[in-house]
Design a protein around this ligand. Structure first.
Ligand SMILES: Cc1ncc(COP(=O)(O)O)c(C=O)c1O
Length: 394
């Protein structure tokens, strides 16, 4: 059966993350699970908080009438209202239930908003390095991804973004705390972006993809993008914050400051339906109503970050400590990140080459691996470092 040419092409560039994850499955079969240290996939290894699992039991036992039926496409009104109230408290903006659309994760939210605003050939600016799935989400809806380099510290470069805007630019995708770099965009950058967008002379939507919002370390906090950038649409989920990525529950929130919001609301409800999602999972909407204040203990990831960063620095790697999310974007000791990924794999350590995120010379390490596995991997990181320097003792 022939496959569409577009999909065949996309499959050829299939995600390095998935490729390395599959390589891990193969290596574990060959060498045994204990000999493989898999830093490839961002699949939280911390179980959901007990309060969330208790809420799930209560919701299932309660078996509300109609709780397995179709519902309004944007989701249950009571759940949307609770999410809106929480966003009101967090952003200081007057979100209402009408602004909230319960979605199939943050990925579902991104697809709903992109489908709602893109015509074929419209452009979406994405900041490099970027979450690789964005290119496919944009292509799903006929859009054209316009990658724009960040500055030397991976923060948005407002001048470069301004220079990339064309009459076809419809949106800028922001992701902070960032996957893969771990950067947390500060208030000053968000203010500068907002000022630049107000000068742009055309409506450009900022799609703020925020699944890592609750993972900020060293006592820091993610400034609310919607509080600083007027034209913001938020995509969020509980995949990472509650360790629930398989349950596919998240939301899209349209800022009350958006112009023409009524039209966009109708479009988002329609697209949630016609993308085939129909609505977000019913049971999990009710669970979230009872769990909006729950979070995983981010200190677990902060501790793992410290252990791994300290060890890598001691070996001689050039390390930039992530301020948030749960990845380390590590400079490779040789410029060829794919070659270095192979050296690591020989040592049983699996990483994702930065090339897969649009930035060579780096690898991404996910901290969703148990602490004792991180400790067990350090010898492999040392041997790969030394052998990249041509030191055969490595
Ligand atoms: C930046 C980013 N956005 C979106 C997603 C998808 O999240 P979800 O499981 O909520 O769809 C991920 C998952 O890794 C991600 O890293």
């Amino acid at each position: 059966m022939p496959v569409a040419k577009t999909i065949a092409r996309q499959l050829e560039n299939a995600s390095w993350i998935r490729r390395m994850f599959e390589e891990g499955v193969r290596m574990k079969r060959e060498r045994g699970a204990d000999a493989v240290f898999d830093f490839s996939l961002g699949n939280p290894d911390v179980e959901p908080p007990p309060a969330v699992l208790d809420a799930l039991r209560r919701v299932v036992a309660g078996n509300r009438p109609g709780s397995h039926g179709y519902m309004p496409n944007p989701g249950y009104p009571a759940v949307r209202e609770a999410v809106a109230n929480k966003l009101q408290r967090e952003t200081g903006l007057s979100f209402t239930a009408e602004d909230i659309f319960m979605t199939v994760g943050s990925a579902g939210a991104c697809n709903v908003i992109l489908k709602s605003i893109l015509d074929p050939g419209d452009e979406v600016i994405v900041l490099m390095p970027f979450f690789p799935e964005y290119q496919f989400y944009i292509a799903n809806h006929g859009g054209r991804m316009v990658p724009v380099e960040t500055d030397a510290t991976f923060l948005p470069d407002v001048e470069r973004i301004a220079a990339a805007i064309t009459p076809r630019t419809r949106a800028i995708l922001l992701n902070t705390p960032n996957n893969p770099t771990g950067r947390v965009y500060p208030e000053s950058v968000l203010r500068d972006l907002d000022a630049m967008l107000k000068r742009a002379g055309q409506p450009i939507t900022v799609i703020s993809d925020e699944p890592y919002k609750s993972f900020v370390y060293d006592g820091g906090r993610q400034p609310e993008v919607a509080s600083f950038i007027a034209n913001t649409v938020i995509c969020n989920s509980w995949s990472k914050s509650l360790g629930l990525p398989g349950e596919r529950i998240g939301y899209l929130a349209l800022s009350p400051q958006l112009e023409d919001a009524a039209l966009l609301r109708g479009a988002c409800a329609f697209c949630n339906r016609t993308l085939g999602f129909i609505n977000a999972p019913a049971i999990w909407q009710w669970v979230m109503l009872e769990s909006l204040d729950a979070t995983i203990d981010a200190a677990i990831y902060e501790h793992k970050r410290n252990v791994l960063c300290d060890a890598l620095e001691a070996i001689g790697y050039e390390v930039r400590r992530p301020e948030g999310a749960f990845y380390i974007f590590l400079k490779t000791p040789i410029p060829d990140d794919i070659a270095f990924t192979k050296l690591l794999a020989e040592q049983g350590v699996l990483a994702v080459p930065g090339t897969g995120f649009g930035r060579s010379g780096y690898i991404r390490l996910s901290l969703t691996i148990p602490l004792e596995r991180i400790e067990g991997s350090i010898g492999g990181f040392r041997r790969a470092f030394l052998s990249s320097r041509g030191d055969k003792q490595g």
